[in-house]
Design a protein around this ligand. Structure first.
Ligand code: MOS
Length: 741
């Protein structure tokens, strides 16, 4: 079915939710204003470690419009969730809000004011008097290791004998790389609007996973999941920060029940740097060794990341290292260290994004050391099978991706000597890196209805986080049924629909589409039963003799009847189908591949560094929608430029408080920073993975990009920057470097 000519699969269909978003009809979590709504506003800790010694609400209570003020001594008691990914009830910060008087990080909720308006709640929150007994705070990774040592992480791997192979090798590299805390900064603030009706909870939450949010809230409120509905019809992006339920959503639901009225809470931008996750700080030691022919013989990737005092979050920086290159002796290890920051969480390409900065920088250093062109070095060393799992890759076109991107970029024109490519006052640097991401697929349910008015309806409790899920679901329904896109309604982001996946891990497409297609086929089977039934338009015929054509059914004689006429003739309102599909098998190693090529321009006279040009070739299996897929890679490349040059949440090393927690001082790329981005989508269907052959495309584009920038910077300047972001102070010769966080 997906192979017929002019397939809608792959077409650059415009987003079907575009008009709603552009016209303001799209309904985000804080757009819901139910009658009698009250507004919450948080009081957030101003120390990073210690406890609340005194909390006075007397003055705040007298402020206009105040309804109640909640805090540790006045908050409904809740229950714990096992926080299990497997059970689908995961939260990242497992401490219940206001559970104790301890303060574990700056920007932690210590009180919650509820008032009749947002402004009144905020004004009163500022009158809550909190006195703290502060302890010495642990402000960064180095302080954490010194104060707390490290805890063993997960995702480790060991094969061969990496230490011995290193000791006897021809050429070795031993380098340490660092990446800072990054904050997701979705445009839409985290927000929750909750109300209760006869013990049933309805919550509109800015969530990348309505089913998991429902299940977690079910545990936390100790009520059955069917009494909770979580809505997230539109998300203003998340990048991982909205995967799991954070304290503000739990607190909003809790105080709404307590007060017997709807409550809305929006997390202020400053606290989106503290209480809704972040990408943690990492320190990664890479040791590589090659033989006389420039073949890798030993590879060790040892990573430490910061985590909170309440939870262990492991940033699996070595996840790609295990399988990208052929290497018989390899060790990957992950450890964590506790610091006074909120609990970290997945941020776009968790593990791989910081991990590939280190690995792909180190690979470049090795290519330099052995005097082999960095592209050739990679081509010589790419793995042909997944040596960490001892499995073949289902589909791997990294060689073609690397070669095609190199050609499009003009890599052959690169002069290898550092600083040798000059244009006027600028020095041009060329750099490249591989990119890589695991292809994942979860279990999924979906429902499709073909209706008597000639329309179709599809639903699944997954989400469209801005990536285009609404549109590709409509494409799949249209592909199976022949019903045109403009007659298909798609509903997502409602936990009462059939269980769908979290929109994360780049798995929503690969997970959702097979279930949607299965449901659509089951609806067609139902349609055929109606058509061939005793009062059907093809009464007496066999279903096998009918084929789907142009929004209807056709028999061998060429008689064609539309779905609408079939249903109306049989007096059926709709033909419905449901389907359940399973997660990925383990017959293959399923991964996506690619390569980034970057041109930077360095003007040493005025110390200006720009990324001028990016060419990325991406192998993610079949591309379902040309437009939205390209858009994902372009967005990820921009995010990678942010990671490479700008982004870092800085903490005061004396007290562990973030110092640049707003859009003014947390620097992200703006339009003036956008290079030319040229995306090549390889489009080889991976049919071992699912019937569409799609592996998902949300995250891979950000992996490797910062390394490609760093490698280009080295080519231009001769400076090997091993600590992100590559700020100008690190490139200037006579200026003291900024102190790291
Ligand atoms: Mo993604 S970090 O799994 O939202």
């Amino acid at each position: 079915m997906s192979d017929k000519p002019q397939s809608i699969i792959g077409a650059g269909v415009a987003r079907i939710d575009g008009p709603d978003k552009l016209s303001g009809r799209a309904n985000y979590a804080a757009d819901n204003l139910p009658p009698n709504l009250a507004y919450g506003y948080g009081v957030f800790s101003t120390i990073a470690s210690g406890k609340v010694s005194q909390l006075s609400v007397d003055e705040a209570r007298k402020m206009p419009g105040v309804i109640d003020i909640f805090h540790h001594s006045h908050f409904p008691s809740l229950y714990r969730t096992p926080s299990s990914f497997a059970q689908g009830n995961k939260v990242e910060e497992t401490r219940l809000p206001f559970e104790d008087e301890r303060v574990y990080y700056d920007g932690q909720f210590v009180a919650l004011v509820v008032a009749d308006t947002f402004e009144n709640a905020r004004a009163a929150a500022r009158r809550v008097k909190v006195t703290y007994a502060a302890d010495k705070a642990v402000a960064n990774l180095d302080q954490g290791v010194e104060a707390n040592g490290t805890q063993a992480g997960s995702g480790n791997h060991d094969r061969g004998d990496a230490a011995s192979a290193f000791d006897g090798a021809a050429t070795t590299i031993d380098a340490t790389y660092r990446t800072p805390v990054e904050t997701h900064n979705p445009m839409e603030m985290h927000a929750s609007t909750a109300w209760w009706d006869n013990g049933d909870l309805t919550i509109f939450d800015a969530s990348q996973g309505v089913v998991v949010a429902r299940n977690a809230l079910s545990k936390i409120f100790a009520i059955p999941p069917e009494r909770i509905t979580v809505h997230a019809p539109y998300i203003g992006s998340g990048f991982g920060s909205k995967l799991w339920t954070w304290p503000h959503a739990i607190a909003t639901a809790a105080v709404s029940r307590e007060l017997g009225r709807p409550v809305q809470l929006v997390v202020p931008r400053q606290q989106m740097f503290t209480t809704t996750g972040h990408r943690p700080e990492t320190r990664q030691r890479l040791r590589l060794a090659t033989d006389d022919n420039g073949k890798l013989v030993s590879l060790r990737h040892e990573s430490i990341n910061t985590t909170s005092y309440t939870d262990q979050y492991v940033e699996t920086c070595g996840s790609v290292t295990k399988s990208l290159y052929r290497c018989p002796n390899l060790t990957v290890s992950h450890e964590t260290t506790q610091v006074n920051r909120g609990t970290p969480t997945s941020m776009r390409a968790p593990g791989a994004a910081p991990g590939l900065f280190a690995l792909e920088s180190a690979i470049d250093e090795m290519a330099d050391a052995v005097g082999i062109d960095p592209v050739q070095f990679r081509l010589d060393n790419y793995a042909e099978r997944d040596e960490s799992k001892d499995l073949p890759f289902s589909s791997n076109h990294i060689v073609e991706a690397t070669k095609r991107a190199a050609e499009r970029f003009g890599w052959a024109d690169r002069k290898p000597e550092v600083g040798s490519m000059k244009e006027g006052r600028e020095i041009v640097g060329y750099g490249m890196a591989a990119c890589n991401w695991e292809a994942l697929k979860m279990a999924c349910d979906a429902r499709v209805s073909i209706r008597a008015d000639g329309t179709a309806f599809a639903s699944c409790a997954t989400q469209d986080i801005g990536t285009g899920t609404y549109t590709i679901v409509a494409q799949a329904v249209s592909d199976v049924t022949g019903i045109p896109i403009d007659r298909i309604t798609v509903k997502l982001g409602d936990s009462s629909y059939p269980d769908g996946p979290v929109s994360g891990g780049s798995w929503a497409t690969a997970t959702t589409l097979p279930a949607i297609a299965g449901a659509a086929r089951n609806a067609l089977d139902e349609m055929k039963r109606y058509a061939t039934g005793s009062n059907g338009v093809f009464a007496g015929a066999s279903s096998d003799d009918l084929e789907v054509a142009d929004g209807g059914l056709r028999n061998a004689d060429g008689k064609q009847v539309s779905f609408a006429d079939i249903l109306q003739a049989g007096r059926y309102g709709s033909a419905d189908g449901e389907a359940h599909t399973e997660g990925a098998d383990s017959k293959y190693s399923y991964r996506s591949f690619g390569a980034h090529f970057v041109e930077v321009r360095w003007d040493p006279g005025i110390s200006r560094l720009r990324v001028a040009r990016v060419v990325s070739a991406i192998d993610v299996g079949r591309v379902i929608n040309e437009t939205t897929a390209r858009n994902q890679v372009e967005g990820a490349v921009v995010m990678g430029i942010g990671m490479g040059l700008f982004e870092a949440t800085e903490y005061d090393e004396r007290n562990a408080r973030p110092v640049n927690n707003d859009y003014a001082e947390y620097v992200v790329p703006v339009h003036a920073d956008q290079p030319e981005i040229d995306v090549i989508l390889l489009d080889y269907p991976d049919l071992a993975f699912n019937e569409y052959g799609a592996r998902g495309i949300g995250e891979i584009g950000v992996t490797g990009l910062a390394a490609a920038v760093a490698n280009a910077v080295h080519h231009a300047t001769g400076k090997r920057i091993r600590e992100l972001p590559i700020t100008l102070d690190k490139l200037m010769d006579d200026v003291p470097q900024a102190r790291s966080a």
